[in-house]
Design a protein around this ligand. Sequence first.
Ligand SMILES: O=C(O)CCC(=O)C(=O)O
Length: 284
Amino acid sequence: MTLVEFVQLKPEQREAFDADGFLVVRDALNSETVRQLTEAGDRLAESFLNKPVVMDRAEYNHLDLRPGLLEETTMLSLVSNPSTVSLVLQLLSPNIHLHSTALIYKRPEDPSGVPFRRGWHRDIRIPRDLGHQNLPRVGIKICYCLTDFRQPASGMTLMARGSHLRRAPLIVRKGEIDPQDVEVSDLKLNAGDALLFENRIFHTAAPNRSDRVSKVLMYGYAYRWMKPEVYLDVPNQRYLQKADPIARQLIGEYRDIDTPPWALEEWAKRHHVHPEPVPWTVEN
Ligand SMILES: O=C(O)CCC(=O)C(=O)O
């Protein structure tokens, strides 16, 4: 896939993303692409999928595989998926690259099992250094659904709607697992849909109480001055040889942040979505 195809971010999509901290993109992938990605994902997850059944051990039933995804040709080409990456570019800027990759599978757990402790968090650990006040938006993850998520509690990541603007930690009452004063969204999505969410939104993994394995791929994009996760730090030359200039930027070939990101800047100019330049000084 290449970014030859341009998808305009609609004003109402921008408003929804700014207000909620996330955005659903329906039918971001066609069924053939979902099939190919699932085949590749199942290959990578083979030993996880073949483990004996043990209910009610979240960590045992949850796979979060990060390195090695781009070895799969379909997962490599997903890095430039036009229907989603076009939108991420317009929400951040052309100065971005791939920051993380994850294949997340959750096996079914006992539907009547006790609720388990959540892992509510904001991404990239930025609040550990900057606190919760005045956090910037610096990255967006694209969660691609490889299975349907039509029933509640079927393994979709939970989002605390609007919590990206929160200036304090979440408040969870003693003995409870979810925060009190925010709307917890368990989104109903179909295979092929994508969920975009930004780094500041509080979100958590949740158990899969359905009777099928839940499957998603999550690709995180961030400004080029953000160091990617360690397994993407040095781009593999084999990936770069197969890539066009835009994919090369996204995979991380443009390492000098003082050099402009030509490939995506030109793309943004061509489609009239290049942000206004920000000067260092202005004449008074
Ligand atoms: O496994 C999940 O559903 C959540 C993943 C997550 O929290 C993350 O990628 O930051």
